[in-house]
Write a protein that binds this ligand. Structure first.
Ligand SMILES: [Zn+2]
Length: 400
């Protein structure tokens, strides 16, 4: 079975229905990818993933390298086995932490060229070879290079792995974005070599691992196109778009993806890193994006923000711009929900909504009961996946 198979291309846009085939199962796309950053989707039992409609989750190499350490995960025969995660997994490369750990002005100044930093910074050094990061867990130094990042990801054993890149900070100058882009491209070539070498290791945990190259280029159209063309020509299994949703406006974020769209490969899966709002997904799915990851549905759930998706029928009869308007977030901690006995979302048929009332979730959150975080996460992620199912149906009918 081929790794990536397209079963339908919309006649209206670049949207497509496809499947990704891995050792740990098949993923129907387009789909939403919740973040199981440290090897767990916070508050959720692994056996609940399937009933939440989750097919693919995202684990974070930097965090797993800091704790428990990738050698421990390898000893446990990979993160699937270690965390009893019964689904397909995607790991990032650690490149995003170059951005997220270095995003204060002080640290960004270092990214711009002053590399004589003091050791207390989390981001200790970035140069052409790679990045030295300080562990947020115990302060130890971890060297991320294209070679170590790919080696870490082979130890973790996720099915879909990412090339090591520099997530260009925002707003970067054109000159810096170009320098960063060239570095990311050189690193991609080293990642491809390292991945090919490690694939020859017969003792590997996950027999088939698929490498995605990452498109960067900041907020510059010429650089995004240059990067998309470069990555699409490489010997990679998939393509990801990175460095978006890092501080720019929603419109600028979408433009950065649109600029890449004409260069995206027809026969490889495309992932969009860090984007997961309902309206952004409905829009960018038309650029040929197959998978989207975002922490937001689970993060806001833990704050008591519960997705509400109503008027589904009327939305289906209307055009895409109205999609986002049929969603809102209910703050379940508000006192007005204290005695509301109706389901959490009357339009949802998930376990939470067929079992519990708004009043009960309000009670759990006000009392800081752990079950509240679990139920809210379950419903929000289920809602995202249910939404993706509706979008797949619409693509099938050439409605988007
Ligand atoms: Zn629900």
């Amino acid at each position: 079975m081929a790794f990536f198979q397209v079963s339908h291309r919309s006649t209206r846009s670049k949207a497509r229905i496809a499947s990704i085939h891995t050792d740990h199962g098949v993923v129907q796309t387009p789909t939403f990818v919740p973040c199981a950053t440290k090897g767990t989707l916070k508050g959720i039992l692994p056996e609940q993933f399937k009933s939440m409609l989750v097919q693919l989750a995202f684990v974070n190499t930097y965090h797993l390298a800091t704790h428990p350490g990738t050698e421990i995960i390898e000893k446990a025969k990979g993160v699937h086995e270690y965390g009893k995660l019964p689904i397909v997994l995607m790991s990032d490369s650690g490149g995003f932490q170059v951005f997220s750990l270095g995003r204060t002005d002080h640290r960004v100044a270092k990214l711009r060229g002053n590399e004589s930093e003091k050791d207390e910074a989390l981001l200790v050094k970035i140069d052409e070879d790679g990045v030295k990061l300080r562990s947020t867990h115990d302060g130890s130094l971890i060297l991320f290079t294209p070679e170590t990042s790919i080696a870490f990801q082979h130890q973790i054993g996720a099915d879909l792995i990412m090339a090591f890149d520099e997530c260009t900070y925002f707003p970067a100058t054109h000159a810096y974005a170009l320098k960063s882009l060239n570095r990311t491209h050189q690193w991609l070539e080293r990642c491809i070599t390292q991945h090919a070498t490690l694939l020859n290791n017969k003792d590997r945990i996950t027999k088939n691992q698929y490498l995605y190259g990452i498109i960067q280029g900041g907020q510059y159209e010429d650089l995004r196109i240059k990067s998309a063309e470069f990555v699409a020509q490489q010997d990679v299994d998939g393509v990801a778009i990175g460095g978006v949703s890092v501080g720019e406006t929603k419109g600028d974020m979408r433009n950065q993806v649109r600029w890449c769209a004409p260069c995206l490969p027809e026969n490889k899966p495309v992932h969009l890193l860090g984007v997961g709002h309902f309206d952004d997904i409905a829009d960018l799915i038309t650029c040929g994006i197959d998978t989207f990851d975002c922490v937001e549905p689970s993060r806001v759930a833990r704050m008591g923000h519960i997705y509400q998706w109503q008027n589904v029928k009327s939305w289906l009869d209307n055009s895409r711009p109205q999609v986002a308007q049929s969603f809102f977030e209910m703050d379940i901690t508000k006192g007005s929900y204290r005695d509301v006995m109706e389901p959490v979302d009357v339009a949802c048929s998930c376990y939470v909504c067929t079992s519990f009332s708004k009043s009960y979730l309000h009670h759990l959150f006000k009392q800081r009961e752990l079950l509240g975080y679990t139920l809210a996460t379950y419903h929000n992620v289920y809602t995202m996946e249910r939404y993706m199912g509706v979008l797949r149906d619409m693509i099938e009918k050439n409605e988007i």
